[in-house]
Design a protein around this ligand. Structure first.
Ligand code: NIG
Ligand code: FE
Length: 412
C-alpha cells in the first residue's frame, strides 16, 4: 500500500534528474536544509518550507531533526536467491585457489546450482527474505535479483517464480526487479557444447518474458565468450528483455565493447575493461555498474571508476550479493571501498547508489532522487553531514528507511 507521509526538518541531499548522470556531473548534489517533504499515495508531491506544505489527510509524520535525507539506495546487481552456501570455497581461496579454477573443477556456480535444484520455492524465498530485510535496514528501497542458479528450465522457472512471489509479498517494504540469468554457467552436460546450451536458453526466453525485465549473461573467457553472448543477448532483445552483462570481470574479453554495440542498459563488474571499452560505453550511454565488494572479496584490482567518470560515463555502484564471489550485501562497505580504493568522491558514490543505480534498472524516471513526481523512497541518516557515509567504514549509519511513503525500518 502506498503511504501518505510528511518528513519534517529534513536536510535533503540528492542528485537531480530523470536519467543517468554522466561523468564529473555525478559530483553535483543538491543540498537543502530545513525542508519538508510531502508524500501522497507513495509519490513525492512537495519539497519546500513547512509553511507552504499542502495538507494530506491521514498522513503520518516523521521528524528528521535536521539530519540528512537521501533518496532510497538502489542495489542494481544481486544474486540474493540461492540454495546452500559455499564457505569451503572461500577458505580454499584464502589458501591460494582461484575463483575460476574452482569453477572449472565443477564447484563455484555449479555447486550453488546443485543446492538450488534441491531447494523448494518456499525455502528459496525464506532465505532471500532475510537478505531483503537486512538491505532495508541499510537503506535499500529497490533491489535487482537475478536467476541463474538453475541452468535448466524447471529450476530457472522456480527461481523466477520465487522472485515474483517475493516481489508481491515484499511490495510494501522494497521493490524487486527480476533478471533472467540462465547464461550464468555452462552445465556439465553441455561441456564443450556452449552454443547448443545458448540455443536452449533462447528457446526458454519467451516463457520467461513476463517474469523478468532484464536478461544478463556471464560474458567471460571459458564461460560465454563474445560470440555466444552476442547471440544470446540479441535474441533476448527480440524477446523484449532489456540487456545487462557481467563484463570483463576476470579477464579483458571485450564485454565493455559488446555492451555498447548492443546498447545494453548496463555492463557490470568491468575490473579488466579495456580503454576502448570505456570510450565505447561512454559514447553509447551504457551505465558502468561497479561492484567493489566482489573485487575486495576476490582480492582482485578494483574497477577503474575514475577512468569511467573522467571519460564521461555514468557509474552505478551495487553489491553483487551472492553465495560465491561476494557473500556481502553491505551498502556501508560498498561506499567505503568506492571512496577509499576507487577514488570516487562521496558525492559521486551517492549518485552511483541512487539515481545511477535507478538508471541501471531503467527506472530513473520513477526513483533515484528526491524530486516531485518520484516515488517516496528515502533514507534518513543519523547525522546532519552526509560526508560521514564512508567514514563509518562498514557500519550502518541509516536511521530510517522509507519506501513508497511508508516507514519500513527504524534503526535504534
Ligand atoms: O557476479 N561471475 C558471475 N556471477 C557472480 C558470482 C556468482 C557465484 O559465484 O555464485 C558474480 O561475481
Ligand atoms: Fe554478479
Amino acid at each position: 500500500m502506498a503511504g501518505n507521509l510528511f518528513v519534517k526538518n529534513a536536510r535533503v541531499v540528492t542528485p537531480i534528474g530523470s536519467q543517468a548522470i554522466k561523468g564529473k556531473k555525478m559530483g553535483d548534489l543538491q543540498e537543502i536544509p530545513n525542508t519538508t517533504i510531502a508524500i501522497r499515495e507513495g509519490k513525492i508531491i512537495y519539497i519546500g518550507d513547512n509553511i507552504g506544505c499542502p495538507e494530506i489527510p491521514d498522513a503520518n509524520n516523521i521528524d528528521a531533526k535536521g539530519k540528512v535525507v537521501l533518496p532510497g539506495f538502489v542495489d542494481s546487481h544481486t544474486h540474493l536467491i540461492f540454495g546452500g552456501f559455499r564457505p569451503d570455497e572461500f577458505e580454499w581461496r584464502l589458501k591460494g585457489d582461484t575463483y575460476m579454477s574452482i569453477m572449472e573443477r565443477g564447484g563455484g556456480i555449479q555447486s550453488t546450482v546443485n543446492a538450488t535444484k534441491k531447494a523448494s520455492e518456499d525455502q528459496l524465498m525464506k532465505k532471500a527474505q532475510w537478505f531483503l530485510d537486512r538491505m532495508g535496514e541499510m537503506g535499500v528501497t529497490t533491489v535487482e535479483v537475478k536467476s541463474g542458479y538453475g541452468l535448466d528450465f524447471d529450476t530457472e522457472l522456480k527461481m523466477l517464480k520465487a522472485i515474483a512471489r517475493l516481489k508481491e509479498e515484499e511490495s510494501s517494504v522494497i521493490d524487486i526487479v527480476p533478471t533472467f540469468l540462465g547464461a550464468h554457467a555452462v552445465p556439465p552436460e553441455y561441456k564443450g557444447r556452449t552454443s547448443e546450451f545458448v540455443d536452449l536458453l533462447i528457446e526458454m526466453m519467451p516463457q520467461f518474458k513476463d517474469l523478468a525485465k532484464f536478461c544478463d549473461v556471464f560474458c567471460e573467457k571459458n564461460v560465454f565468450e563474445i560470440e555466444d553472448s552476442r547471440r544470446l543477448l540479441k535474441a533476448a532483445e527480440e524477446n523484449g528483455f532489456k540487456l545487462k552483462l557481467h563484463a570483463d570481470e576476470i579477464v579483458t574479453l571485450g564485454g565493455g565493447e559488446l555492451s555498447a554495440e548492443l546498447n545494453a542498459v548496463s555492463a557490470d563488474h568491468l575490473l579488466h575493461v579495456s580503454h576502448d571499452g570505456i570510450l565505447k560505453m561512454a559514447e553509447a550511454g551504457v551505465v558502468a555498474t561497479l561492484l567493489p565488494l566482489t573485487a575486495f572479496a576476490l582480492k582482485e584490482p578494483y574497477a577503474p571508476a575514475r577512468k569511467f567518470i573522467d571519460q564521461g560515463c555514468a557509474v552505478a555502484l551495487a553489491t553483487d550479493l551472492n553465495p560465491g564471489s561476494c557473500f556481502s550485501g553491505s551498502i556501508p562497505l560498498t561506499i567505503a571501498l568506492a571512496c577509499i580504493y576507487m577514488n570516487m568522491s562521496i558525492e559521486e558514490t551517492i549518485t552511483a547508489l541512487t539515481l545511477n543505480g535507478a538508471a541501471a534498472l531503467d527506472m530513473a524516471e520513477e526513483i533515484g532522487s528526491i524530486e516531485v513526481g518520484k516515488r517516496g523512497d528515502l533514507v534518513i541518516l543519523g547525522s546532519d553531514n552526509y560526508r560521514i557515509l564512508p567514514y563509518y567504514v562498514g557500519m550502518n549509519c541509516v536511521k530510517a528507511t522509507i519506501f513508497n511513503g511508508n516507514i519500513v525500518s527504524l534503526n535504534p
